[in-house]
Design a protein around this ligand. Sequence first.
Ligand SMILES: NC(=O)c1ccc[n+]([C@@H]2O[C@H](COP(=O)([O-])OP(=O)(O)OC[C@H]3O[C@@H](n4cnc5c(N)ncnc54)[C@H](O)[C@@H]3O)[C@@H](O)[C@H]2O)c1
Length: 273
Amino acid sequence: MNTQFNGVNVVITGATGVIGSTFVKALVEKGANVGILGRSEDKIIELQDEIDKDRKQTVGLVADVLDKESLTKAKQTYNDKFGKIAVLINGAGGNNPNATTNDEMYDATGDKTFFDLTEEGVDNVFKLNYTGTFLPSQVFGKDVVEATAGTIINISSMNAFTPLTKIPAYSGAKASVSNFTQWLSTYFAGHIRVNAIAPGFFETHQNKALLRNEDGSYSERASKILSQTPMNRFGEPEDILGTLYWLMDNEMSGFVTGIVVPVDGGFSSYAGV
Ligand SMILES: NC(=O)c1ccc[n+]([C@@H]2O[C@H](COP(=O)([O-])OP(=O)(O)OC[C@H]3O[C@@H](n4cnc5c(N)ncnc54)[C@H](O)[C@@H]3O)[C@@H](O)[C@H]2O)c1
């Protein structure tokens, strides 16, 4: 076992998702005590059985990032097992089909244009990404600000820099996560560091419908993304780990706060020509 984060107390939201579970596995491997926060107890147990059978380094936290009461209970459960939290990783987030247009540009004859998006879908996306980062920061942040070298790491996205076609709400919501990261970093500057990671394009459950055709081949959108990514591939969740370790480690990034780090194979630097 690598001991870089031996005994460091970490809570990860969205922890059973593709990126979140990669973080959980990596941080357990590096010695951290990890709170695995998600809505499904079954998924949490499945992950624990895989990486921490005797539950020495993990605790399951069944909670919804939009429900403050469940987060408060989760904090208590974590505190009872491992003590105070030093690192919060806000990994829960995502898009919603009712806030996604079918076409990249307006076609009055098309179906699911901008005019068909639902208020409920749009609200859902803003709530999940913004409020779902805000509330855990309030609840778990109380411990983090008291920790030596406490830090909060949010997950933003490429669409926060420049909106992506089809997903106006998800783009706006992730821009708000980047903005909130800057706000929080300033507000708590004398106490903790707050940064965000903006992953480029990773194939996960939530974007499968946009990236794959029914027969499994790449969609037109996926091919377009690859053509705009100088490194010409999708990211693997493991590609994000080095940035996560760097931002978590106060010796390595102790003067770094309020930034959003792209991990994108060059996507955000390439103008397309
Ligand atoms: N996959 C990509 O290409 C990509 C790119 C940029 C940013 N992101 C962001 O990375 C983060 C992780 O996404 P992922 O790709 O692993 O997707 P994912 O869908 O596998 O993971 C998201 C997790 O959040 C959980 N979640 C959703 N609503 C929740 C709620 N109300 N309470 C608690 N948990 C909730 C989901 O159950 C899931 O486990 C998200 O914030 C996502 O927006 C992903």
